[in-house]
Design a protein around this ligand. Structure first.
Ligand SMILES: [Zn+2]
Length: 264
């Protein structure tokens, strides 16, 4: 409570009445905050130029017991995300990253790992990292941190190792059962499960051991990225019981563009 300050990343900016704005920001140490930036809609506001989505800022705010909204005293820009916002694809991706964090991060709850995930992803994107890879890395890590996408070498139901010989004499693959988000072997997942390729399993192992920047030097195949996108979207839908609006808008908008202007 009282006056606080710390590093934060802006997730959302909304208009509030005639002159003010509400800023949603993720702090490194004290979770997600929602604050009023008084006068931020005025032309010569002290917040001018600071309220960009995904920008990293040094924030100072005042918290009062029992109030959901904090009062923002100042936001000093530390790192802009402007480079990401130079293309339509980048704008859509930025909105998706921020929206996903807004949904997964809890108010005022310790969020160091989520903060680091968002910070390193934006950092990599601003540095020119492949957007498709960054999005897949980010969404899979989100599910991991939420505890719904465990990365295991073996089936949690029967204990057999993925890649071993299966009962039918083939190779034991991984699969998502029809109504659950735990990866099982294809025999335990039963009929109607979604097969998960060895490459997708390798991707999940790699993200837990490797930074996004390193993966960008030797990126997985486009097929693996498409498969990971589908797997993560499916698990996320089951977990949240809804699709993220920003994801739907991104997909629909990009699908409507001519293929040569769409990311591969
Ligand atoms: Zn099994």
């Amino acid at each position: 409570m009282g006056l606080q300050s710390g590093e934060a990343i802006i997730l959302d900016v909304l208009d509030l009445q005639e002159y003010d704005r509400i800023v949603v920001f993720l702090t490194r140490e004290s979770g997600k905050k929602r604050g009023v930036a008084n006068g931020a809609r005025r032309k010569y506001s002290r917040f001018a130029g600071q309220l960009q989505p995904l920008a990293k800022v040094e924030a100072t705010w005042f918290e009062k017991e029992g109030r959901d909204l904090v009062r923002i005293s100042s936001l000093e820009l530390v790192r802009s995300a402007e480079r990401l916002h130079k293309t339509l694809e980048g704008i859509l991706l930025g909105a998706y990253l921020a929206d996903q964090m807004n949904v997964f991060a809890q108010d005022s709850e310790d969020s160091e790992l989520l903060y680091r995930l968002l910070n390193s992803t934006v950092e990599a994107l601003v540095g020119g990292c492949d957007q498709d890879l960054a999005a897949r890395y980010y969404e899979a890590w989100h599910l991991r941190l939420a505890g719904v996408l465990g990365i295991s070498e073996e089936c949690p139901a029967c204990g057999r190792v993925f890649g071993d010989r299966s009962a039918s004499g083939g190779t034991l693959g991984a699969a998502l059962p029809p109504t659950d988000e735990t990866l099982l072997c294809n025999e335990c997942a039963g009929a109607g499960g979604r097969a998960v390729s060895a490459q997708a399993l390798a991707f999940l192992r790699e993200i837990s051991a490797t930074s996004l920047e390193k993966m960008n030097r030797q990126p997985p195949s486009i097929e693996t990225l498409r498969e990971m996108e589908q797997i993560s979207a499916r698990i996320r839908r089951t977990f949240l019981q809804q699709e993220l609006n920003s994801y739907r808008i991104m997909r629909e908008t990009l699908a409507g563009l001519p293929s040569n202007s769409r990311p591969a």
